[in-house]
Design a protein around this ligand. Structure first.
Ligand SMILES: Cc1cc2nc3c(=O)[nH]c(=O)nc-3n(C[C@H](O)[C@H](O)[C@H](O)COP(=O)(O)OP(=O)(O)OC[C@H]3O[C@@H](n4cnc5c(N)ncnc54)[C@H](O)[C@@H]3O)c2cc1C
Length: 414
């Protein structure tokens, strides 16, 4: 079977590796729109469920070497008061680590493996897919160069569109979807070198409602002086969405004022933000789940299939889980059209649930609940406000829908 993958992001690269490992494809060609593979993006989280798949592809050591593996997850109010803390990743009993790393490092490891395993001459940059056609059991993909010049068509038995949030192929099948759904929040994301806080391998989620923040470590001993490279994301309620562009630079004056008094004994948030090496903005947008991803010999994967809010570490992980599942179906099912359908049936309902959960029960529900009950004031005794059991139930329920609860991940693959 000849396979075309459009998009050389996290999903497309993982799929190429999983297909190669499964032996399901005779040829695998990846076509990426960007003219060159540049180091773009800041931090990304890959949970134990997705690391299980990347480990099976022999990538765990390389990824662990270039990442942090957070050991606990802590929730704080906007006054810096700790409300809940849980062991995380391997410390929570997972066999595989949860890793936090720079997206460029993740892409570099995946791309290195793709070039080595499927051949560098099967990875094409400067090829933007502009549309697909199907006839007589084959798919034809049309391409354009970065300057818009048409490039020769390419044919295969199946095509998997891993072309991200602005997917051209999804638009071809759903031309009337319209604008993204905006939740009324924008994100400002950055990386800062800072001295370690809490365990040094902690994820901190602070605040609720109008202004929240998450901070997580990406690399320890970053400058060789014991400091850590941290990723942080500020989430603020706004009327108008910033552009849906992962590379859009953010401006301090647009969000720093909301955090001016967030100076705690364990973290000076304004200083963390001001000392950032890079600041980007992105809106909290998604799309309604669609009824189908697979159309005969073409299917969607990753953000092209299920654009979801960039929170809870889901974007990258779900693309990796899609890729692993699709490779398994293509290896076990002789008819590729049936395999693409089976993949859709397995993955669409699961990811649709995450899209909807992110809207109604985002990961910071714990602090939301506390701040609602305190009216946003400091509390004296936490146990008068909320019980540990209630918070544990909230924390675990998010993990279960996202599929990274320890009991789910320990099940056999597939
Ligand atoms: C430049 C960039 C920076 C990002 N930074 C972050 C970050 O800092 N943190 C984070 O959590 N997530 C980030 N993301 C998003 C994250 O990678 C995805 O949400 C997630 O990994 C799902 O992966 P995906 O493969 O579906 O999409 P992506 O990883 O977005 O990959 C899509 C790929 O398809 C390519 N492409 C787009 N259109 C076409 C086309 N028509 N033909 C061929 N190729 C096409 C894109 O150039 C991209 O390489 C970023 C995405 C991009 C593209």
């Amino acid at each position: 079977m000849d396979v075309i993958i459009t998009g050389g992001g996290i999903g497309g690269l993982t799929l190429a590796l999983a297909l190669k490992a499964s032996g399901a494809a005779r040829t695998i060609r990846v076509y990426e729109a960007a003219a060159e593979m540049r180091a773009l993006g800041v931090g990304i989280n890959i949970g134990a469920h997705a690391m299980k798949e990347l480990s099976a592809l022999g990538l765990e050591d390389a990824l662990v070497a270039t990442s942090c593996q957070p050991q606990d997850y802590a929730f704080f109010t906007r006054h810096g008061q700790l409300v809940y803390r849980e062991p995380f990743g391997k410390a929570a009993g997972h066999q595989w680590p949860h890793i936090s790393l720079l997206r460029p490092d993740l892409q570099r490891v995946l791309l290195g493996a793709v070039r080595e395993r499927i051949g560098a001459d099967n990875f094409f940059v400067g090829h933007r897919c502009t549309g697909v056609e199907q006839s007589s059991g084959r798919v034809t993909a049309h391409f354009a160069a970065p300057d818009g010049t048409p490039l020769p068509d390419q044919q295969a038995d199946i095509l998997i569109a891993c072309d991200g949030i602005h997917s051209v192929v999804r638009k071809q099948f759903y031309p009337d979807e319209g604008a993204f759904k905006f939740r009324g929040y924008n994100l400002w994301r950055g990386v800062t070198v800072h001295k370690p806080f809490l365990t040094g391998e902690s994820i901190a989620r602070i605040g609720a409602r109008h202004s929240t923040m998450i901070i997580y470590p990406l690399r320890r001993n970053y400058d060789g002086d014991g400091s850590t490279l941290y990723n942080w994301v500020c989430e603020i309620e706004r009327d108008v969405a910033v552009p849906v562009d992962w590379n859009k630079p953010g401006r301090l004056e647009d969000f720093l004022p909301n955090y001016q008094d967030w100076v705690f004994d364990w973290m000076d948030v304004p200083a963390l933000i001001r000392n950032a090496q890079q600041i980007l903005s992105y809106p909290m947008v998604d799309r309604d789940p669609v009824p189908h991803w697979s159309f005969e010999r073409v299917t969607l994967l990753g953000d092209a299939a299920h654009p979801m809010y960039p929170q809870g570490g889901n974007g990258g992980a779900q693309a990796i889980l899609d890729a692993a599942a699709l490779a398994r179906f293509l290896a076990s099912e002789a008819d590729p059209v049936a395999a693409l359908k089976a993949y859709e049936e397995a993955r669409l309902p699961v990811t649709a649930k995450i899209v909807l959960q992110n809207r109604t029960a985002p990961p910071n529900v714990i602090v939301d609940t506390v701040e609602q009950r305190t009216g946003g004031k400091k509390f004296e005794k936490l146990e008068d406000i909320i019980s540990q059991d209630e918070m544990k139930a909230i924390f675990e329920s998010y993990q279960k829908v996202a599929g990274y609860h320890v009991q789910q991940v320990s099940r056999p693959q597939g």
